[in-house]
Write a protein that binds this ligand. Structure first.
Ligand code: AMP
Length: 455
């Protein structure tokens, strides 16, 4: 994947005040100081009790302090910063009140959804400003002066420099979400530019999965006397996650994947691959075998990416195949099983990937494929999470019975990939549509459109 995967160096802990909130017993949102109308909004979302990061961060934020939030994925951190911002907005209503910076487009839409859901009863207007979308309509949306802007740094800087009449001089809150990733994606210059044009007299919340040296530098530049709210030791995976591995020969990976998908049929899956090409190939392979699989990777257009994600979220597809573009931050609540089809090369990505399941108190499974080439990487992961994983139970003979059909599907998938490549070159198009490709393949195979049965 992109340069964003590069890991920052872990930083030495710095002397920062720690939140004193008790984390053992979740209390009610009201106990944390959240006002009634927002407590009702939480209730309507089914948020009965605050999560740990919310218990830690909300009272501190409501006291008007800056925050450094270190929280595991799926911890409810969006609520932890959105609720105090909405409460402050209720107290002093103002347009262009808060800015949330986030590394990816999908995450921006997701955060906006949570702001809208929590703030609908108080009439909050949000606007998402991200790349890949027409700037003109964004300028019009900014001219309406929303209360909250959720943006990726690059496009926001574009607007700050080029959109007449738009500025953030009255801003009261800045949130930097997934700050480690914003910095690893080389958005440092953009973040600096943004910091220069917003008031120094503001509240700042910096959330990060890990405290790297770059994050610590940003913290010093952007936060005033912050309180640290951390809910887990650095690299823990959540308790309700059952983690397994399978040790298999590289050449049978596809057959083992199909075996597991059949064994665990009825669940929703996220399957992580290391490259865009392998994501696309595996999606085609699975679709040829009758599975409802859909890809999500960086070589797809923004519309296709959102389309894939929405189909999966709406449960119209049960298998989402993705590169690490989706390993962080995406809120896909119903993922039951995460499969690391290609082992992550950076161990920290393992934590982010498996964090797609067992979110917000639910249980989930993860299965990591380990081939003869991956042993060292796997040992590093076990070292990082501080435990030895059990093997996922399998019937080898049953896997071997699948190899013939899988080989046939592999041939089709390769052919389809080639056709897609040629089509793309002739159209100079960046879209690749797996479902469209299956149609092409059916025609190539003599018009036989009979759907293959999942087996
Ligand atoms: P986040 O870590 O902000 O991406 O949140 C992960 C998921 O947890 C989202 O689907 C939220 O809607 C959900 N969530 C956040 N706070 C709570 C809560 N207090 N109770 C239950 N679910 C929550």
């Amino acid at each position: 994947m992109a340069a964003g995967d590069e890991e920052g160096q872990a930083a030495e802990p710095e002397a920062v005040a720690e939140s004193e909130a008790a984390v053992e017993e979740p209390r009610s949102f009201k106990d944390l100081g959240v006002t009634d109308v927002l407590c009702e909004a939480c209730d309507q979302l089914g948020w009965k009790v605050p999560t740990k990061i919310q218990v830690e961060a909300i009272p501190v934020a409501l006291q008007g302090r800056d925050i450094i939030g270190l929280a595991e994925t799926g911890s409810g951190k969006t609520g932890a910063f959105a609720l105090p911002i909405l409460q402050a907005l209720l107290e002093t209503p103002q347009r262009l009140f808060a800015l949330v910076l986030t590394p990816t487009r999908e995450l921006a839409f997701q955060i906006s959804e949570q702001f809208e859901a929590l703030g609908s009863s108080i009439g909050v207007h949000t606007t998402v400003i991200v790349g890949g979308i027409d700037t003109m309509s964004q300028s019009l949306a900014l001219a309406k002066k929303p209360h909250v802007i959720i943006a990726t740094p690059g496009r926001l800087v574009d607007h700050l420099e080029n959109t007449k009449g738009f500025n953030l001089r009255a801003l009261k809150f800045l949130v930097m979400d997934e700050a480690d990733r914003i910095l690893n994606m080389d958005f440092e210059t953009e973040v600096d530019k943004i910091l220069k044009v917003i008031p120094r007299d503001r509240k700042t919340f910096l959330f990060s999965a890990t405290m790297t040296k770059k994050v610590q530098k940003l913290q010093r530049a952007a936060l005033k006397n912050p309180v640290k709210c951390a809910v887990s030791s650095k690299y823990q995976t959540v308790e309700k996650l059952q983690q397994y591995y399978i040790f298999i020969p590289s050449k049978f990976k596809d057959s083992y994947l199909v075996y597991i998908l059949n064994e665990l049929a009825g669940n929703s899956f996220m399957i992580f691959c290391s490259t865009c090409n392998n994501t696309q190939r595996t999606a085609l392979l699975l679709r040829n075998l009758g599975f409802t699989a859909i890809p999500l990777h960086g070589q797809m257009s923004q519309n296709k990416r959102l389309g894939s994600l929405n189909k999966f979220k709406a449960k119209a597809r049960s298998i989402l195949l993705a590169t690490d573009v989706a390993s962080r931050g995406l809120d896909i609540p119903h993922v039951d099983v995460v499969i690391n089809f290609d082992i992550p090369t950076h161990s920290k990505d393992y934590i982010h990937r498996v964090g797609r399941t067992a979110r917000a108190g639910r249980s989930g499974k993860s299965i990591t494929f380990v081939t003869q080439y991956d042993v060292e990487l796997f040992q590093r992961i076990e070292h990082l999470i501080g435990k030895k994983l059990p093997a996922f139970p399998m019937q080898e003979e049953e896997v071997m019975m699948l190899t013939e059909r899988v080989a046939e599907a592999q041939r089709f998938a390769r052919m389809e990939l080639r056709e897609q490549g040629e089509k793309k070159r002739s159209r100079n198009d960046d879209d690749d549509d797996t479902e469209e490709a299956i149609g092409v393949r059916n025609k190539v195979a003599g018009g036989k459109k009979k759907k293959r049965k999942a087996f």
